[in-house]
Design a protein around this ligand. Structure first.
Ligand SMILES: [Zn+2]
Length: 226
């Protein structure tokens, strides 16, 4: 605990990142239990391309989805540091250093402006370095030129600078994995050997269900504590 933390708590009581009741620590016991019950086993890793894997801490449901949507859409930004810590803890991700770099998949500029911050950047937490920029933005097909569309998935991101050999790349939610794959491939082409795309939640999607071993369904829910 930081010096003066107890005194600070008296002045500004901690609130649960999940339900906002006053509590000690980032999550109240009830929310901690609910999240622990949801957690994916080992992040249910998926191989998206050679050298590009993806893991997620929680399925996109229940409290995990609720806190993410509250942070993204309802401006509950105070929960983001607790969510970032949980992502690292849950997935046992090592901190940056020794050839391991951390970055994030940037939101589209419109989302950033609307939210006043970049949620994936906050989820990546301290020590993460900006390596990716949207080439056509994450604006969707309508906002992109035909040429960008032809360039396909890899053209969605530019890499700024030279990535470390191994990269943890954070995003808020993975659905089909196509954004994660594009970001991973862009980092690989820029020199990274291994990329792990780590998301707070994973949304079940028909496109993800080709390989049952990769699918984080009800059978894959852990009751491990964190
Ligand atoms: Zn709570």
């Amino acid at each position: 605990m930081r010096p003066g933390g107890a005194l600070l708590d008296l002045l500004i009581p901690h609130r649960c990142a999940g339900c906002t009741v006053p509590c000690h620590g980032a999550w109240c016991p009830r929310c901690a239990d609910r999240l622990a019950a949801l957690a994916l086993v080992d992040g249910a890793p998926v191989e998206l391309a050679e050298g590009v894997r993806a893991v997620g801490a929680y399925p996109h449901e229940g409290l995990a989805r609720d806190v993410l949507l509250a942070a993204k859409l309802r401006g509950r930004h105070a929960a983001l540091p607790a969510m970032a810590a949980l992502l690292r803890q849950r997935l046992r991700l090592p901190p940056p250093g020794d050839g391991l770099g951390w970055t994030w998949i940037p939101s589209g500029s419109r989302s950033r402006r609307r939210r006043g911050l970049d949620v994936p950047e906050r989820l990546a937490g301290p020590g993460a370095v900006r390596l990716l920029a949207g080439s056509a933005g994450r604006l969707g097909q309508t906002g992109r030129h035909a040429q960008d569309r032809r360039r396909g998935a890899r053209g969605r991101f530019r890499v700024l600078g030279r990535p470390e050999p191994a990269i943890v790349c954070v995003d808020d939610v993975r659905t089909t994995g196509s954004t994660a794959r594009s970001a991973g491939l862009a980092l690989r082409e820029a020199g990274a050997e291994r990329v792990l795309v780590a998301t707070f939640t994973v949304r079940a999607d028909p496109a993800d269900q080709a390989d049952p071993a990769d699918q984080a369904d009800a059978a894959g829910l852990a009751r491990r504590t964190w």
